[in-house]
Design a binder for this molecule. Structure first.
Ligand SMILES: [Mg+2]
Length: 367
Protein backbone atom coordinates (compact mmCIF):
# COMPACT_ATOMS: atom_id res chain seq x y z
CA UNK A 1 0.00 0.00 0.00
CA UNK A 2 1.11 3.60 -0.71
CA UNK A 3 3.12 4.68 2.32
CA UNK A 4 1.46 8.13 2.33
CA UNK A 5 -2.08 6.73 2.69
CA UNK A 6 -3.97 8.11 5.70
CA UNK A 7 -4.57 5.28 8.15
CA UNK A 8 -5.68 7.07 11.31
CA UNK A 9 -7.22 10.43 12.26
CA UNK A 10 -7.56 11.56 15.87
CA UNK A 11 -9.21 14.65 17.31
CA UNK A 12 -9.52 16.09 20.79
CA UNK A 13 -10.95 19.35 22.12
CA UNK A 14 -8.63 21.82 23.80
CA UNK A 15 -9.34 24.95 25.83
CA UNK A 16 -6.80 27.73 25.35
CA UNK A 17 -7.28 30.52 27.90
CA UNK A 18 -6.28 34.04 26.91
CA UNK A 19 -4.11 36.23 29.14
CA UNK A 20 -6.78 38.95 28.86
CA UNK A 21 -10.26 39.19 27.34
CA UNK A 22 -10.11 39.48 23.57
CA UNK A 23 -12.68 42.16 22.76
CA UNK A 24 -13.51 43.12 19.17
CA UNK A 25 -16.42 45.06 17.63
CA UNK A 26 -18.57 41.93 17.20
CA UNK A 27 -17.93 40.09 20.46
CA UNK A 28 -15.38 38.91 23.00
CA UNK A 29 -13.54 35.73 24.00
CA UNK A 30 -11.77 34.61 27.19
CA UNK A 31 -11.05 31.00 26.25
CA UNK A 32 -10.52 29.69 22.74
CA UNK A 33 -12.38 26.38 22.45
CA UNK A 34 -10.40 24.70 19.71
CA UNK A 35 -9.77 21.15 18.51
CA UNK A 36 -6.45 19.47 17.77
CA UNK A 37 -6.19 16.93 14.97
CA UNK A 38 -3.57 14.25 14.35
CA UNK A 39 -3.25 12.35 11.07
CA UNK A 40 -1.13 9.19 10.87
CA UNK A 41 0.03 7.84 7.51
CA UNK A 42 0.78 4.24 6.57
CA UNK A 43 4.54 4.82 7.00
CA UNK A 44 3.98 6.08 10.57
CA UNK A 45 4.44 9.79 9.77
CA UNK A 46 2.21 11.94 11.97
CA UNK A 47 0.95 15.45 11.33
CA UNK A 48 -0.97 17.93 13.49
CA UNK A 49 -3.70 20.41 12.72
CA UNK A 50 -5.85 22.82 14.68
CA UNK A 51 -9.51 23.73 14.29
CA UNK A 52 -9.92 27.27 15.64
CA UNK A 53 -13.52 28.41 15.23
CA UNK A 54 -14.35 32.01 16.20
CA UNK A 55 -18.15 31.88 16.63
CA UNK A 56 -18.68 35.66 16.34
CA UNK A 57 -16.82 35.80 13.02
CA UNK A 58 -17.52 32.53 11.19
CA UNK A 59 -20.55 31.11 13.02
CA UNK A 60 -18.64 27.89 13.73
CA UNK A 61 -18.06 26.63 17.25
CA UNK A 62 -16.26 23.72 18.90
CA UNK A 63 -19.39 21.62 19.37
CA UNK A 64 -20.55 21.97 15.75
CA UNK A 65 -17.05 21.21 14.47
CA UNK A 66 -16.81 18.11 16.69
CA UNK A 67 -20.10 16.76 15.40
CA UNK A 68 -19.19 17.45 11.75
CA UNK A 69 -15.72 15.96 12.26
CA UNK A 70 -16.32 12.20 11.63
CA UNK A 71 -17.92 12.74 8.20
CA UNK A 72 -15.11 15.10 7.18
CA UNK A 73 -12.44 12.67 8.43
CA UNK A 74 -13.93 9.91 6.25
CA UNK A 75 -13.10 12.03 3.18
CA UNK A 76 -9.35 11.66 3.74
CA UNK A 77 -9.23 8.29 5.51
CA UNK A 78 -7.65 5.63 3.26
CA UNK A 79 -6.61 8.30 0.73
CA UNK A 80 -3.05 9.22 -0.32
CA UNK A 81 -1.87 12.49 1.25
CA UNK A 82 0.02 13.18 -2.00
CA UNK A 83 -3.38 14.01 -3.57
CA UNK A 84 -4.02 16.82 -1.11
CA UNK A 85 -5.50 19.20 -3.70
CA UNK A 86 -8.18 16.71 -4.69
CA UNK A 87 -8.83 15.90 -1.03
CA UNK A 88 -9.10 19.60 -0.22
CA UNK A 89 -11.74 20.02 -2.92
CA UNK A 90 -13.70 17.03 -1.61
CA UNK A 91 -13.38 18.28 1.96
CA UNK A 92 -14.78 21.60 0.80
CA UNK A 93 -18.00 19.87 -0.28
CA UNK A 94 -18.43 18.12 3.08
CA UNK A 95 -17.27 20.98 5.33
CA UNK A 96 -18.73 23.93 3.45
CA UNK A 97 -20.12 25.79 6.49
CA UNK A 98 -17.05 24.76 8.57
CA UNK A 99 -13.89 26.27 7.04
CA UNK A 100 -11.97 25.99 10.35
CA UNK A 101 -12.70 22.25 10.39
CA UNK A 102 -11.44 21.91 6.83
CA UNK A 103 -8.36 23.94 7.76
CA UNK A 104 -7.54 21.64 10.71
CA UNK A 105 -7.77 18.47 8.62
CA UNK A 106 -5.78 19.97 5.74
CA UNK A 107 -3.03 21.18 8.07
CA UNK A 108 -2.66 17.75 9.71
CA UNK A 109 -2.67 16.02 6.30
CA UNK A 110 -0.01 18.36 4.87
CA UNK A 111 2.13 18.20 8.02
CA UNK A 112 2.07 14.38 7.88
CA UNK A 113 2.94 14.38 4.17
CA UNK A 114 5.90 16.73 4.69
CA UNK A 115 7.15 14.63 7.61
CA UNK A 116 6.97 11.57 5.39
CA UNK A 117 8.89 13.38 2.66
CA UNK A 118 11.38 14.91 5.11
CA UNK A 119 10.73 18.57 4.18
CA UNK A 120 9.47 21.51 6.25
CA UNK A 121 5.90 22.53 5.46
CA UNK A 122 7.10 25.79 3.90
CA UNK A 123 9.17 23.66 1.48
CA UNK A 124 5.92 22.33 0.01
CA UNK A 125 5.07 25.90 -1.09
CA UNK A 126 8.49 26.57 -2.59
CA UNK A 127 10.48 28.34 0.14
CA UNK A 128 10.19 31.79 -1.49
CA UNK A 129 11.08 33.91 1.54
CA UNK A 130 12.77 31.93 4.32
CA UNK A 131 13.90 34.41 6.98
CA UNK A 132 12.77 35.73 10.34
CA UNK A 133 9.96 38.30 10.23
CA UNK A 134 8.28 40.74 12.60
CA UNK A 135 4.65 40.32 13.62
CA UNK A 136 2.29 42.97 14.86
CA UNK A 137 0.62 42.60 18.26
CA UNK A 138 -3.08 43.09 18.87
CA UNK A 139 -4.61 45.54 21.34
CA UNK A 140 -8.25 44.56 21.84
CA UNK A 141 -10.93 47.15 22.63
CA UNK A 142 -10.79 48.27 26.27
CA UNK A 143 -10.63 51.21 28.67
CA UNK A 144 -8.17 53.79 27.39
CA UNK A 145 -5.76 53.60 30.36
CA UNK A 146 -5.64 49.79 30.21
CA UNK A 147 -4.98 49.76 26.47
CA UNK A 148 -2.27 52.43 26.78
CA UNK A 149 -0.55 50.42 29.54
CA UNK A 150 -0.71 47.21 27.50
CA UNK A 151 0.61 49.03 24.44
CA UNK A 152 3.56 50.44 26.41
CA UNK A 153 4.35 46.97 27.69
CA UNK A 154 4.50 45.49 24.16
CA UNK A 155 6.37 48.53 22.88
CA UNK A 156 9.05 48.06 25.54
CA UNK A 157 9.39 44.45 24.37
CA UNK A 158 10.23 45.73 20.88
CA UNK A 159 6.89 45.56 19.07
CA UNK A 160 6.66 48.39 16.52
CA UNK A 161 3.51 47.41 14.63
CA UNK A 162 0.46 47.71 16.86
CA UNK A 163 -2.89 46.36 15.74
CA UNK A 164 -5.75 48.27 17.34
CA UNK A 165 -9.27 46.91 17.39
CA UNK A 166 -11.91 49.59 16.88
CA UNK A 167 -15.51 49.71 15.71
CA UNK A 168 -17.62 50.16 18.86
CA UNK A 169 -17.53 53.95 19.29
CA UNK A 170 -15.81 56.30 16.82
CA UNK A 171 -15.01 59.01 19.39
CA UNK A 172 -13.56 56.59 21.94
CA UNK A 173 -11.69 54.73 19.19
CA UNK A 174 -10.02 57.93 17.95
CA UNK A 175 -9.02 58.96 21.48
CA UNK A 176 -7.63 55.49 22.23
CA UNK A 177 -5.56 55.31 19.04
CA UNK A 178 -4.28 58.86 19.60
CA UNK A 179 -3.30 58.05 23.21
CA UNK A 180 -1.42 54.89 22.20
CA UNK A 181 0.37 56.70 19.34
CA UNK A 182 1.47 59.40 21.79
CA UNK A 183 3.28 56.93 24.09
CA UNK A 184 4.66 54.70 21.29
CA UNK A 185 6.37 57.27 19.05
CA UNK A 186 8.13 54.79 16.71
CA UNK A 187 5.07 52.58 16.25
CA UNK A 188 2.94 52.24 13.16
CA UNK A 189 -0.54 50.80 13.18
CA UNK A 190 -2.93 48.24 11.81
CA UNK A 191 -6.52 49.31 12.46
CA UNK A 192 -9.29 46.71 12.47
CA UNK A 193 -12.97 47.62 12.81
CA UNK A 194 -14.28 44.07 12.24
CA UNK A 195 -17.22 45.58 10.22
CA UNK A 196 -18.18 47.74 13.21
CA UNK A 197 -18.58 51.10 11.45
CA UNK A 198 -21.20 52.53 9.15
CA UNK A 199 -19.88 54.26 6.04
CA UNK A 200 -20.20 57.69 7.72
CA UNK A 201 -18.52 56.54 10.93
CA UNK A 202 -15.64 55.12 8.92
CA UNK A 203 -15.28 58.48 7.15
CA UNK A 204 -15.14 60.35 10.48
CA UNK A 205 -12.56 57.92 11.87
CA UNK A 206 -10.35 58.06 8.76
CA UNK A 207 -10.42 61.87 8.59
CA UNK A 208 -9.41 62.11 12.24
CA UNK A 209 -6.56 59.63 11.81
CA UNK A 210 -5.33 61.50 8.73
CA UNK A 211 -5.51 64.84 10.55
CA UNK A 212 -3.58 63.44 13.51
CA UNK A 213 -0.95 62.05 11.06
CA UNK A 214 -1.04 58.65 12.74
CA UNK A 215 0.98 56.20 10.60
CA UNK A 216 -1.54 53.52 9.63
CA UNK A 217 -0.20 50.74 7.40
CA UNK A 218 -3.61 49.20 6.81
CA UNK A 219 -7.24 49.60 7.85
CA UNK A 220 -9.02 46.25 7.97
CA UNK A 221 -12.69 45.78 7.30
CA UNK A 222 -14.09 49.20 8.25
CA UNK A 223 -17.67 48.34 7.25
CA UNK A 224 -19.97 45.39 6.61
CA UNK A 225 -18.46 42.62 4.50
CA UNK A 226 -21.10 42.86 1.74
CA UNK A 227 -20.73 46.61 1.14
CA UNK A 228 -18.01 46.42 -1.48
CA UNK A 229 -19.09 49.51 -3.38
CA UNK A 230 -18.86 51.66 -0.25
CA UNK A 231 -15.50 50.12 0.55
CA UNK A 232 -14.26 51.09 -2.87
CA UNK A 233 -15.44 54.69 -2.28
CA UNK A 234 -13.67 54.82 1.10
CA UNK A 235 -10.52 53.47 -0.52
CA UNK A 236 -10.56 56.09 -3.27
CA UNK A 237 -11.17 58.95 -0.80
CA UNK A 238 -8.40 58.00 1.60
CA UNK A 239 -4.61 57.84 1.77
CA UNK A 240 -4.77 54.77 4.04
CA UNK A 241 -4.61 51.31 2.42
CA UNK A 242 -7.66 49.12 3.04
CA UNK A 243 -7.79 45.38 3.65
CA UNK A 244 -10.58 42.85 3.31
CA UNK A 245 -10.87 40.35 6.14
CA UNK A 246 -14.51 39.35 6.81
CA UNK A 247 -15.23 40.19 3.13
CA UNK A 248 -12.69 37.55 2.08
CA UNK A 249 -13.88 34.09 2.98
CA UNK A 250 -13.40 32.22 -0.32
CA UNK A 251 -11.79 32.33 -3.74
CA UNK A 252 -15.11 33.58 -5.10
CA UNK A 253 -15.04 36.47 -2.58
CA UNK A 254 -11.50 37.25 -3.75
CA UNK A 255 -12.66 37.50 -7.35
CA UNK A 256 -15.51 39.84 -6.36
CA UNK A 257 -13.18 42.10 -4.36
CA UNK A 258 -10.75 42.33 -7.29
CA UNK A 259 -13.52 42.98 -9.81
CA UNK A 260 -15.02 45.77 -7.69
CA UNK A 261 -11.60 47.21 -6.82
CA UNK A 262 -12.86 47.29 -3.24
CA UNK A 263 -9.54 47.00 -1.34
CA UNK A 264 -5.75 47.30 -1.64
CA UNK A 265 -4.81 44.34 0.56
CA UNK A 266 -6.13 40.84 1.24
CA UNK A 267 -5.94 39.59 4.83
CA UNK A 268 -5.63 35.83 4.46
CA UNK A 269 -6.55 33.43 7.23
CA UNK A 270 -6.42 29.70 6.72
CA UNK A 271 -9.20 29.31 9.29
CA UNK A 272 -11.58 31.25 7.01
CA UNK A 273 -10.76 29.59 3.71
CA UNK A 274 -8.84 26.40 4.43
CA UNK A 275 -5.17 25.96 3.56
CA UNK A 276 -5.26 25.14 -0.15
CA UNK A 277 -7.91 27.74 -0.97
CA UNK A 278 -5.77 30.32 0.87
CA UNK A 279 -2.82 29.38 -1.35
CA UNK A 280 -4.99 29.88 -4.43
CA UNK A 281 -6.24 33.26 -3.13
CA UNK A 282 -2.65 34.38 -2.44
CA UNK A 283 -1.63 33.47 -5.98
CA UNK A 284 -4.66 35.27 -7.44
CA UNK A 285 -3.89 38.37 -5.34
CA UNK A 286 -0.28 38.45 -6.48
CA UNK A 287 -1.27 38.00 -10.13
CA UNK A 288 -3.82 40.82 -9.75
CA UNK A 289 -1.48 43.33 -8.12
CA UNK A 290 -3.06 43.21 -4.68
CA UNK A 291 -0.93 43.25 -1.54
CA UNK A 292 -1.01 40.49 1.09
CA UNK A 293 -1.23 40.29 4.82
CA UNK A 294 -1.86 37.18 6.91
CA UNK A 295 -3.57 36.66 10.25
CA UNK A 296 -5.41 34.07 12.29
CA UNK A 297 -8.20 33.48 14.76
CA UNK A 298 -7.59 32.83 18.47
CA UNK A 299 -5.25 29.89 17.97
CA UNK A 300 -2.06 28.17 19.07
CA UNK A 301 1.22 27.71 17.21
CA UNK A 302 -0.25 24.78 15.23
CA UNK A 303 -2.65 26.77 13.03
CA UNK A 304 -0.34 29.78 13.16
CA UNK A 305 2.65 27.63 12.17
CA UNK A 306 0.78 26.61 9.04
CA UNK A 307 0.10 30.31 8.25
CA UNK A 308 3.77 31.09 8.92
CA UNK A 309 4.66 28.33 6.42
CA UNK A 310 2.71 30.23 3.75
CA UNK A 311 4.69 33.40 4.48
CA UNK A 312 8.00 31.52 4.22
CA UNK A 313 6.96 29.38 1.28
CA UNK A 314 4.86 31.61 -1.00
CA UNK A 315 6.54 34.96 -0.30
CA UNK A 316 4.95 38.35 -0.91
CA UNK A 317 3.34 38.84 2.51
CA UNK A 318 3.96 42.41 3.66
CA UNK A 319 2.12 42.48 6.97
CA UNK A 320 2.17 39.64 9.49
CA UNK A 321 -0.59 39.47 12.11
CA UNK A 322 0.67 36.23 13.65
CA UNK A 323 0.71 37.21 17.31
CA UNK A 324 -2.13 35.12 18.71
CA UNK A 325 -0.02 32.47 20.54
CA UNK A 326 1.61 35.36 22.45
CA UNK A 327 -1.80 36.36 23.82
CA UNK A 328 -2.58 32.86 25.16
CA UNK A 329 -1.69 31.91 28.71
CA UNK A 330 -0.66 28.36 27.70
CA UNK A 331 1.38 26.73 24.94
CA UNK A 332 0.57 23.01 24.88
CA UNK A 333 2.94 22.31 21.96
CA UNK A 334 6.49 20.96 21.92
CA UNK A 335 8.85 22.05 19.15
CA UNK A 336 8.03 24.04 16.03
CA UNK A 337 8.75 27.67 15.21
CA UNK A 338 9.49 30.13 17.99
CA UNK A 339 9.16 33.79 18.86
CA UNK A 340 11.83 36.15 20.15
CA UNK A 341 10.16 39.42 21.06
CA UNK A 342 8.24 40.47 17.95
CA UNK A 343 10.15 38.12 15.61
CA UNK A 344 9.05 34.74 14.31
CA UNK A 345 11.85 32.39 13.33
CA UNK A 346 11.69 29.74 10.61
CA UNK A 347 12.23 26.08 11.49
CA UNK A 348 14.10 23.58 9.33
CA UNK A 349 12.84 20.18 10.50
CA UNK A 350 10.15 18.22 8.55
CA UNK A 351 6.49 19.28 8.55
CA UNK A 352 5.54 21.72 11.30
CA UNK A 353 8.10 19.97 13.55
CA UNK A 354 5.64 19.99 16.48
CA UNK A 355 4.23 17.39 18.83
CA UNK A 356 1.27 17.53 21.19
CA UNK A 357 0.10 15.09 23.83
CA UNK A 358 -3.34 13.75 22.86
CA UNK A 359 -5.88 13.67 25.71
CA UNK A 360 -8.80 11.23 25.26
CA UNK A 361 -8.71 11.52 21.49
CA UNK A 362 -11.56 10.25 19.31
CA UNK A 363 -10.16 7.93 16.66
CA UNK A 364 -11.17 7.22 13.06
CA UNK A 365 -8.97 4.48 11.60
CA UNK A 366 -8.66 1.74 8.98
CA UNK A 367 -7.61 -1.70 10.14
MG1 LIG B 1 -9.52 41.43 11.00
Amino acid sequence: MNSFVVKKIESWPVDLPLKASFVVATGSMDVAKNIFVRVTLQDGSQGYGEIAPFPEISGENQEACLSAFPAAAQVILGQPATQYRRLSRQLHEVTHPFPALRCGLETALLDALCRGRGIPLWGLWGGADVRSRETDVTLPIGAIDDVVATAQDWYQQGFRLLKMKVGQSVEKDIRRVEAVAAVCPQASFVIDANQGYTFDEARVFIEAIEQLSIPVQVFEQPIHRDHLEEMSILKNQSTIPFAADESLRSLEDARQLIEQKAVDIFNLKITKCGVIESVRIAELAQASGLRLMIGGMVESRVAMGCSWSLVLGLGGFEILDLDMPLLLSTDPIQGGYHYEGSSLYPWHEPGLAMSIHAFHASVVAIE
